[in-house]
Design a protein around this ligand. Structure first.
Ligand SMILES: Cc1cc2nc3c(=O)[nH]c(=O)nc-3n(C[C@H](O)[C@H](O)[C@H](O)COP(=O)(O)OP(=O)(O)OC[C@H]3O[C@@H](n4cnc5c(N)ncnc54)[C@H](O)[C@@H]3O)c2cc1C
Length: 458
């Protein structure tokens, strides 16, 4: 068999899954090479970016070193920015090199869509990469610190107003974290937490539209109870440096607008000459293969395939993993001259965290809410790490999410955290310590002597 080069661009959920499957299949086949290119040297657990943006966890809690994930596999890792794909010469060009391919998988994900609304690009903050999360976190920390020494009441109020545009999982998960973080921000800057105002501004008439009404209503009631102002049926039409303008002419003075209103396919691929479908996603057939270019597959958020007429694969983790697996299977089939397999999406539901201790979820028709939904979300994340074969990161996840949190931002509040109040465990520690002392003493001196306090015959 002639040598075959498989190149995968993007180490997101889709790219990593495809690379793992291909590496396993061709483990002992030297005629096949696999190269995975990403601009980062790590895989990002995108679904937890809001935790970094609001300082619940540090970046390393959701960054997984690709070298560790592909340790002892044949995958060649390249950290570089892909600039072009030339379909004629079958070459991927990066800022620093060129890679020949026989089979190519594009898994470069999505990016925020500003819907060409004036001022969004210039003034809004997005949340679709680690860089975005850190930029937003810095903005919030800096503006609260500045507001604390601002004496003009109007300016101070605007500085302490945070607006999240969009009520999908990204927006609601972000505002849910802000509800919890605002106490710490206020304490650190010696201001009253009630001075911090949080808004969710949504163009539709309901929030969390990918969930059933029942869960969406629970989420809304929870946010209302926490003082979040939810404006529905309120499309933002313009963003200025210090205010947002809503269609009904209402303005909200703010210096921090988080834009989570929608996404589109990664525009880095616009030079690759591939057919775009809705929201700049790239059109593929049921094998996740481009209809224009043989051997070119598209997976994850970037791929557009209608499972039912008018219903494309959802832009969620499960679809990313499954489209990645389909592309890998079909490349294997091409190399081995076997029949290809059509994509069949199997989705188990959606989980939305609203802070560290409350969430709503619909899993295979089972409706969950409260802390239990969050607990299940943690289990699902751990299962994801298990599927990508990373025991190391499973342990790290538990450490970061349960033992290294502050301010009760933990599903177990401060019961487990090493920074929390662990006084509750004192009686247990005294009991266990005493028990060991008695046991140890009885081994050294004999239980009768110890009981009598009579050690002179020892
Ligand atoms: C805050 C937030 C919360 C979310 N919550 C959920 C949730 O609860 N449930 C759910 O199912 N989904 C959720 N999602 C959506 C989910 O994260 C995406 O559907 C998923 O990440 C898509 O995976 P992907 O592999 O297609 O792309 P990504 O995970 O986006 O990966 C794309 C990769 O391509 C790389 N890349 C891009 N361009 C280039 C280039 N030019 N050169 C080199 N590398 C490049 C990037 O660095 C990145 O590693 C959430 C997303 C966000 C941001």
């Amino acid at each position: 068999m002639a040598n075959k080069n498989i190149v995968i661009i993007g180490a997101g959920y889709a790219g990593v899954n495809a690379a793992k499957k291909l590496a396993k299949k061709f483990k002992k086949d030297d005629s096949v090479s696999i190269t995975l290119i990403d601009r980062h040297s790590y895989h990002t657990m995108m679904t937890e970016l809001h935790e970094v943006a609001t300082h619940r966890v540090e970046p390393d809690a959701i960054q997984f070193d690709l070298r560790r994930l592909f340790n002892r596999t044949k995958v060649n890792l390249v950290t570089d920015n892909v600039t072009h794909v030339d379909h004629n010469s079958k070459t991927v060009q990066t800022e620093n090199g060129e890679y020949q391919y026989d089979y190519l998988i594009l898994g470069m994900g999505a990016e925020p869509n500003d819907f060409k609304i004036p001022g969004v690009k210039e003034h809004a903050f997005t949340l679709w990469s680690m860089e975005d999360a850190l930029k937003l976190r810095k903005q919030i920390e800096d503006i609260v610190a500045k507001a604390a020494i601002e004496h003009d009441p109007e300016k101070r109020r605007a500085m302490l107003t945070f607006v999240v545009c969009g009520s999908g999982f990204t927006g609601i998960e972000l505002v849910g974290e802000l509800v919890e973080w605002k106490e710490r921000l206020a304490k650190n800057n010696k201001i009253d937490p009630d001075e911090i105002t949080l808004y969710v501004v949504e163009a539709a008439t309901t929030i969390l539209n990918m969930l059933e009404e029942r869960e969406a209503k629970k989420a809304e009631a929870y946010l209302n109870k926490k003082g979040v102002k939810i404006l529905k049926d309120s499309p933002i039409v313009e963003v200025r440096e210090n205010e947002v303008v809503i269609m009904n002419k209402q303005t909200i003075p703010t210096y921090t607008l988080a834009w989570t209103a929608g996404i589109q396919g990664n525009t880095d691929v616009e030079e690759y000459g591939m057919e775009e479908a809705h929201a700049r996603r790239l059109k593929v057939n049921q094998y996740m293969e481009s209809e224009q270019y043989e051997g070119v597959y598209v997976v994850g958020d970037l791929a557009y395939f209608e499972e039912q007429p008018g219903e494309p694969t959802p832009q969620i983790v499960e679809a990313a993993e499954q489209t990645g697996a389909t592309a890998a299977k079909n490349i294997i089939a091409e190399i081995k001259n076997e029949e290809k397999t059509a994509y069949e999406g199997k989705y188990h539901g959606i989980m939305v965290s609203i802070g560290a201790r409350y969430g709503v979820a619909n899993l295979m028709g089972i409706h969950l809410s409260g802390w239990f939904a969050i607990f299940v979300k943690h289990l699902v994340n751990l299962f994801y790490l298990f599927t990508i074969r990373s025991g190391y990161y499973m342990v790290k996840y538990v450490q970061h999410e349960f033992f290294q949190t502050r301010d009760k931002r933990n599903v177990f509040r401060d019961l487990l955290t090493r920074y929390g109040n662990v006084l509750w465990s004192l009686p247990l520690r005294i009991f266990v310590g005493g028990f060991w002392l008695v046991e140890g003493g009885s081994k050294l001196w004999g239980s009768r002597n110890l009981a009598k306090g009579n050690l002179k015959y020892w």
